[in-house]
Design a protein around this ligand. Structure first.
Ligand code: DAH
Length: 347
C-alpha cells in the first residue's frame, strides 16, 4: 500500500507539468481522483488491509490525498491562466504610443473657471473651497439671511432628508442640511478658519430647485470672491471687478453698478457689463454678477470685530460668463456631453 501511494504521487507529479489544456486536466484528474482513479482504488484497498495497520495507512492516505489536491489545484490554476491568455490575445506593450490621437481637452466650463481664477490670482487672490452639502447655518444664518427669506423655502432649495448630517458642520445644533444654493458659504468657512486679511475666490458647484430650460439648471457653478482687510472700500470693489471684466471680455468692455440687495452685503449691487465684442448681445447692458461690501453682521457672525474690518464680496455664475464669451444660447449644452459641442473648445 505504501508503495502504491508513493507511486500515485510520483506519477502525478511527473505528469502535471505537461498538462496545458482543460481536456488534458479533466482526464488527468479523472485518472487520479475520479471514480475509477488510482487514488480511489487505493482507498478501496484499505478494507483489505490488516486492522492494526489501518490507522497508520489511513494517515498516509490522507496525506497523499492532500498532496494530490495541491497538485491538482496548481495545475488547474495554470490551465486557467492559459485560457485567459488565449482570450486576451498577444501581449500588449503598454509603452507604445496610443493609436487614438484624441488627447481629450478641458471642458469649456473648466477653461473659463481657470481663466477667471487666473485673473484674480494676478490680484493676489487664492482659491478656497467648501463642501457641496452644507448646513443651513453656513448657507443662510451666518450670511445674515433671515429665517423667512424665500431662498430658505423648500420650493427654492434642495434640502436633504431630515436627519442628514454633514461631517464638518455639526457645531450649530439640530439644523437642516441642503445642497448649497450658492458659493457664499465659502466666505464663512474661510473666515472661521483664518484671520484677516483675506483675499480668496471660491469656484464651485451650486444647486437650486430650478426647472431646467435654456438659462436655468438645477446644478450650476459660481465663483465667489471675498476680500477682507482694513479700509476696503467701494472703490476697491469697482476696480477689482472692472479689472476682471476687462481681462476676460476685453478692454473695450464697460461696467456699471446698480443698487440691489443681498442680506450679506451693505451696500449691495448688481454689476452690468456692456461690450462691443459679444455678437448679437453687443452694446446691451447685461447683468453678470451680484456684489457689495460685506455686511458688518456677517463679520459679527464669524467673530471678526466689525468696527475693525471691512470687506468686499461678489458672486458670479460661471455658465453665464462662458455663455456670453462664447455666444452659447442654451445652458444645457454644458452638461449634455455632446462631442460636437465640446470639440469646439478643444485646443
Ligand atoms: N450669493 C449670491 C447668489 O447666489 C451672489 C452674490 C451676491 C454673492 C452678492 C456675493 C455678493 O458675494 O456680495 O445669488
Amino acid at each position: 500500500m505504501e508503495r502504491q501511494l508513493a507511486t500515485i504521487l510520483a506519477e502525478a507529479a511527473a505528469a502535471a507539468p505537461g498538462i496545458q489544456t482543460r481536456p488534458d486536466f479533466d482526464e488527468f484528474k479523472a485518472r487520479i481522483s475520479g471514480p475509477n482513479g488510482a487514488l480511489t482504488a487505493a482507498m478501496r484497498g484499505m478494507a483489505a488491509m490488516p486492522k492494526e495497520k489501518r490507522p497508520e495507512l489511513g494517515k498516509l492516505l490522507n496525506q497523499t490525498k492532500g498532496e494530490v489536491e495541491k497538485l491538482l489545484g496548481a495545475t488547474l490554476h495554470r490551465v486557467e491562466q492559459n485560457e485567459t491568455a488565449a482570450r486576451l490575445g498577444p501581449p500588449i506593450d503598454p509603452t507604445l504610443p496610443s493609436p487614438d490621437d484624441l488627447a481629450g481637452s478641458l471642458h469649456p466650463l473648466t477653461q473659463v473657471r481657470e481663466e477667471v481664477v487666473g485673473v484674480f490670482r494676478k490680484l493676489g487672490f487664492t482659491v478656497a473651497e467648501g463642501p457641496e452639502i452644507e448646513s443651513e447655518w453656513y448657507c443662510f444664518d451666518a450670511l445674515n439671511t433671515p429665517e423667512n427669506h424665500p431662498a430658505r423655502d423648500m420650493q427654492d432649495t434642495l434640502f436633504m432628508p431630515a436627519g442628514t448630517r454633514c461631517a464638518d458642520a455639526p457645531r450649530h445644533g439640530d439644523e437642516a442640511y441642503l445642497l448649497r444654493s450658492h458659493t457664499s458659504t465659502v466666505q464663512i468657512r474661510t473666515m472661521l478658519r483664518q484671520e484677516p486679511p483675506i483675499r480668496i475666490v471660491a469656484p464651485g458647484r451650486c444647486f437650486r430647485r430650478d426647472t431646467v430650460d435654456a438659462t436655468h439648471s438645477a446644478n450650476f457653478h459660481q465663483i465667489e470672491g471675498l476680500w477682507v482687510d482694513k479700509q476696503v472700500t467701494l472703490r476697491d470693489l469697482k476696480s477689482v471687478l472692472d479689472f476682471f471684466v476687462r481681462e476676460v471680455f476685453g478692454t473695450s468692455a464697460e461696467t456699471r453698478l446698480r443698487p440691489s440687495f443681498f442680506p450679506f452685503t451693505e451696500p449691495s449691487f448688481e454689476m452690468d457689463l456692456r461690450s462691443p465684442n459679444l455678437g448679437r448681445l453687443s452694446n446691451r447692458w447685461l447683468e453678470i454678477m451680484g456684489c457689495g461690501l460685506v455686511d458688518p453682521k456677517v463679520f459679527e457672525n464669524v467673530g471678526y470685530a466689525p468696527e475693525q474690518w471691512t470687506g468686499l464680496a461678489f458672486g458670479v455664475g460661471l455658465e453665464r460668463i462662458a455663455m456670453l464669451l462664447h455666444g452659447i444660447d442654451d445652458i444645457r449644452h454644458f452638461y449634455a456631453n455632446d462631442l460636437r459641442f465640446l470639440r469646439q473648445f478643444a485646443s
